[in-house]
Ligand binder design. Structure first.
Ligand code: LIP
Length: 284
């Protein structure tokens, strides 16, 4: 595991993550303007709104107060360096297209990681929180502390399903913003669909990974994710008993992130590694 501060307190970092995502979640819901001032990023189908930027600015401001020596890496411009060895990785609105269309399936995702989150395989999440602000569902975890879902009616510990047959596995996935990449992803999911129960595409990797943790999905995979899409959700899923990995081993990467209940993890990983290698990665 990457080195971190000698006084690392993952439970305290989890509390910070929960507090910060609640503030940012309140902002994106309560202060949603009529004009979202939408701009395009990597393609015309990859939007960023003024609220993505305002949410990240709020997260940066709160972390400057609560954790002034830590670094921050965000999806939007404007992160900062740190001296503590901890980096906060934030997706200020994960599921921006859903937010744009006012589809209530988006999240604020924040994780404290050790190591370098810009280098695949060189970082590890030690605490994190994912807030679905419209559903008022807060998924949170720290390493070794289990995965939890907190709502207005209290907190409950999360556990993945005990599914053992790929043919009755409910699979979450998502697709990229580039049309050529989506063509390959579509070919992969077309091969996968008859081999599983069904798929769900909810539009937020963070919520997909938390759905896996909560037993609302049996498995999830996606290609092309960034660290901020998955840093918190991956930890929540692992702490709920999911196995999580990537193209080669137990390290999820931007090339491939998969997560699954243990009963089907080996078969699921082999299937999505093969499908994405043949239909997605090979096309680049
Ligand atoms: C989203 C991911 C989702 C993916 C979308 C998009 P964003 O992140 O969370 O899994 O399928 O295409 O990348 O851009 O909304 O932060």
């Amino acid at each position: 595991m990457p080195a971190g501060p000698h006084d690392l307190d993952p439970a305290a970092l989890e509390d910070v993550a929960c507090r910060v995502v609640r503030e940012a979640g309140r902002l994106v819901v309560d202060e949603r303007p009529a004009d979202l001032r939408v701009a395009s990023k990597s393609s015309d189908t990859d939007p960023v709104t003024v609220m993505d930027q305002r949410s990240q600015e709020l997260v940066l401001r709160l972390l400057a107060e609560l954790r002034p020596d830590d670094a921050v890496l965000g999806e939007e411009e404007g992160g900062r360096a740190g001296t503590s060895g901890i980096t906060w990785v934030v997706d200020p609105i994960d599921g921006t297209v859903n937010y744009l269309y006012d589809v209530p399936a988006y999240a604020v995702s924040l994780a404290a990681v050790l190591g370098d989150p810009t280098t695949p395989g060189a970082w590890e999440s030690v605490a994190g929180a994912v807030l679905s602000p419209v559903a008022d569902e807060l998924f949170h975890a720290h390493r070794g502390g289990g995965a939890w879902l907190t709502t207005a009616s209290g907190s409950r510990r999360l556990q993945v399903t005990d599914v053992s047959d790929l043919a009755v596995t409910l699979v979450g996935t998502g697709f990229g913003y580039d049309a050529q990449v989506r063509a390959g992803q579509g070919a992969a999911v077309a091969e996968l669909l008859p081999r599983v129960r069904d798929i769900r595409r909810q539009g937020s990797a963070a919520l997909d990974l938390c759905s896996l943790a909560a037993g609302r999905l049996d498995a999830y995979y996606e290609t092309g994710l960034n660290a901020w899409d998955r840093a918190a959700g991956e930890l929540v899923a692992r702490e709920a008993g999911a196995l999580v990995g990537g193209p080669d081993d137990a390290t999820a990467t931007g090339e491939l992130t998969w997560g699954a209940a243990p009963g089907i993890a080996a078969a699921f990983a082999a299937m999505v590694r093969d499908l994405t290698a043949r239909h997605v990665t090979a096309r680049h």
